[in-house]
Design a binder for this molecule. Structure first.
Ligand SMILES: C[S@@+](CC[C@H](N)C(=O)[O-])C[C@H]1O[C@@H](n2cnc3c(N)ncnc32)[C@H](O)[C@@H]1O
Length: 227
């Protein structure tokens, strides 16, 4: 993500909205923008987390399909790791198109080969569908990129499984607990070496942006058509 945004950041100018910005992990890439506006969704957070994120959020929205901004008022919209929870993706793209000026940029990333992370997580969009959604809402697609290839996807899934396992294990029936622990412990032995290997794989694959069938994440870069 950092590698990609670093390459794109010189093009980020004018007035931008980051939809579902969370705690703004990528704000530094918007340093050359005149304005960096953000949205978040209250039901996504626990009460304690909301206090922390409150001052970083320009607009609280409960539905990403209605943005509280006038038509053609933005130079760019960013939306990272949110599309999978949007129940009507085409309406979402239409709404983004409405608030963008002609020629305005959409930068969007979304999970692909990645586990479900919320009860609202509904969709995995293929590169074909990202193109379809964009074109149907009046965008010209400039790029659809993978985040590395097969090696990065396997490493990401492995790390995600290791992190999620304790929670999954707590919810298993007593009889299943012992059995499920065995493969986990075997995988745990490989954790230090896997971490090193993963860093190496990311480094090798970071310029691989064409493997859109075998990737954990996809990036879409599109421009709103001028006519
Ligand atoms: C996985 S976080 C991504 C945060 C940040 N963009 C990042 O990449 O680290 C998902 C974000 O989507 C927002 N969100 C959740 N449901 C949403 C919805 N239905 N419409 C719009 N935004 C939503 C939340 O505010 C949350 O910050």
């Amino acid at each position: 993500m950092h590698h990609k945004l670093n390459c794109i950041s010189p093009e980020i100018r004018g007035r931008w909205l980051d939809i579902g910005a969370g705690d703004q992990p990528y704000k530094k890439y918007f340093a050359k923008a005149d304005e960096y506006l953000t949205t978040n969704t209250k039901r996504h957070y626990k009460i304690k987390e909301i206090e922390d994120i409150e001052k970083q959020t320009t607009y609280w929205i409960e539905d990403g399909k209605t943005l509280p901004l006038p038509d053609k008022s933005l130079d760019g919209v960013a939306c990272f790791q949110v599309l999978s929870v949007i129940d009507k993706p085409q309406e979402f793209f239409n709404e983004i198109s409405r608030v963008l000026k002609p020629g305005g940029m959409l930068l969007l990333t979304t999970d692909f080969l990645y586990p479900v992370w919320s009860s609202e997580d509904r969709y995995r969009h293929t590169a074909f569908n990202l193109r379809h959604l964009s074109e149907a809402s009046g965008f010209d697609v400039q790029a659809i990129e993978s985040f590395g290839g097969f090696g990065s996807a396997v490493y990401k899934l492995y790390m995600r499984f290791m992190r999620s396992f304790p929670e999954l294990w707590k919810n298993k029936k007593t009889s299943a607990k012992a059995f499920s622990l065995i493969p986990y412990l075997i995988l745990l032995i490989f954790l230090p070496i896997a971490s090193l290997l993963g860093t190496l794989i990311f480094e090798i694959e970071k310029n691989n942006s064409r493997t859109t069938d075998f990737t954990f994440n996809l990036l879409l870069k599109a421009k709103k058509r001028s006519i």
